[in-house]
Design a protein around this ligand. Structure first.
Ligand SMILES: C[S@@+](CC[C@H](N)C(=O)[O-])C[C@H]1O[C@@H](n2cnc3c(N)ncnc32)[C@H](O)[C@@H]1O
Length: 281
């Protein structure tokens, strides 16, 4: 580890920040404008401005400001996504859903994908990036999130293959507005039970939008509505890929089965948590 990386790593570690070494490299890579991997064995000297900028970032991080929101970007699947206070920070847990959706879309030669609650756009854009046959529609009730997702589409050169729609799955005209011809649907809706939000890590509850977290009293309010409208928007034989919170997979599967879906699979994330529920119409 180089001296500069080590110095920052120690500061972060002293404040119980996990992955301190990686975060130190990300901070330095950001201020130096280089790739984080370049800093494993050598770190170019920092000028005065870079030194000052790095220290400011470290100080904010020590106050539990999430690193990706400080840097304005987060690596997810194969890409760096623009993030802000207006979108949920993409989580590695969600990559399992992306991989499953890509595999299915490739096998079926799928043409149309719908993302319900797109946030930064990390799910749909990652799938579109790998499956050339696909075009997509991405819905979010947050205008500000849609703006960030549209910036990400532009950044990845996918802007001509995705339409963004501002609206809610509770809107009475949502099915007629978005259409009923989707080959697959992907969704990671808000699923934290309202009373559990106070117990979330500071990084999450103070910096991810509440609109992206709050799943209502039992965490299931959005799944119930998505099951209803999702069934109408999906083509016969199509699949829906749903992210769920820890211990929610059976409840979620039941909600969708009740609407007429068939349970296909439940996949674990890299942490061994049952994370992605896959159902078929
Ligand atoms: C948990 S975040 C997921 C964001 C992104 N798909 C991801 O996986 O990182 C849920 C998203 O759903 C959006 N949302 C919440 N309620 C909604 C509703 N009723 N209709 C449409 N979008 C909604 C939020 O604004 C937020 O962007």
């Amino acid at each position: 580890m180089t001296d500069a990386v080590q110095k920052i790593t120690e500061k972060l570690k002293a404040h119980q920040i996990e992955d301190a070494g990686l975060e130190a490299r990300l901070i330095l890579a950001f201020v130096l404008g280089v790739d984080e991997n370049e800093l494993f064995f050598a770190c170019p000297p920092l000028n005065e401005d870079q030194e000052k900028r790095a220290e400011e970032l470290v100080q904010k991080r020590l106050q539990h400001y999430p690193l990706c929101k400080l840097l304005g970007q987060k690596g997810f699947y194969k890409y760096d996504f623009i993030v802000s206070k207006d979108v949920l920070s993409p989580r590695p847990d969600t990559e399992i859903l992306v991989e499953a959706a890509i595999k299915y879309a490739k096998e079926k030669g799928a043409k149309k994908i719908l993302d319900l609650g797109t946030g930064s756009g990390c799910i749909i854009l990652s799938v579109l990036g790998d499956v050339a046959s696909l075009n997509g529609v991405a819905l979010d009730s947050s205008e500000k999130a849609i703006k960030i997702a549209a910036q990400n589409a532009q950044k990845l050169g996918l802007e001509n293959r995705v339409k963004f729609a501002k609206g809610s799955w509770f809107d009475v005209d949502i099915v007629s507005r978005l259409g009923q011809d989707f080959d697959l649907i992907v969704t990671n809706p808000p699923y934290i039970p309202t009373q559990d939000i106070a117990d979330l890590a500071e990084e999450v509850k103070a910096h991810d939008p509440m609109q992206a977290l709050d799943g209502g009293e039992d965490g299931m309010v959005h799944y119930k509505q998505i099951a209803k409208v999702g069934y109408q928007m999906l083509k016969k034989g199509g699949k829906i890929f749903i992210e769920g919170g820890i211990g929610q997979e059976k409840q979620i599967a039941d909600i969708f089965v009740k609407e007429g879906f068939l349970l296909v699979d439940i996949l674990k994330d890299y942490g061994g948590i049952n994370r992605c529920i896959i159902l078929k119409k």
